[in-house]
Unconditional design. Sequence first.
Length: 212
Amino acid sequence: MSDLPVRPASPGRFISFEGIDGAGKSSHIEATADWLRSRGHEVLLTREPGGTPLAEQLRTLLLQSPMDALSETLLVFAARRDHLQARIEPALARGAWVLSDRFTDATFAYQGAGRGFDLAVLQQLETWVQQGRQPDLTVWFDLPPAVAAERRAAVRTPDRFEQQDLAFFQRVRDGYAARCAADAGRFVRIDSHQPKEAVWADLRQALEQRAW
Ligand SMILES: Nc1ncnc2c1ncn2[C@@H]1O[C@H](COP(=O)(O)OP(=O)(O)OP(=O)(O)O)[C@@H](O)[C@H]1O
Ligand SMILES: [Mg+2]
């Protein structure tokens, strides 16, 4: 008898979807899930902050209650810890594909670049909480903040983050660009300033290129 863990026949994959509010994440995560399911994969659709009962409660606090950047960051990582342990890791272990609407790059972009929180502290929290786990692929939907604001305004009233001004979203966008440059092999940048069909075509091509 071997003590080695049983490995699933086909390994699970972890894909995160990133970009500023209104960039097109939600519009394309569902299409990606359908595409993967049509290829026979089990798909877990999830989001951050959130994905578990505890993390969803923390999400509600984060979106509604004003707090300082350190409190915000600690709550985000507490939610992430629960999400990883209770949902993401078990799904990957059984061979599912995990699609998450935001993950740690959003923390670097929003709390780091957007709010000016110390990036070195974020890196430490990332190491502690993730224990080496990173998405296999991160899809970054890149859209000029002014265009994203127009798209958001057309559909809903803003939450606490969405009420920020364009300069804030420009910093967040630059934060994503920095994360992308620092880990180019993990990222694919999708130009979201084009019709939905063209955005989806670019994304599908990026997925197919990985021969998954
Ligand atoms: N390529 C596109 N062209 C025009 N409108 C788009 C495009 N992609 C998405 N939209 C529209 O823009 C709005 C925002 O898109 P979506 O909700 O997918 O963004 P999101 O990145 O999930 O935003 P959030 O972070 O706020 O959840 C939606 O009304 C969506 O229908
Ligand atoms: Mg969304």
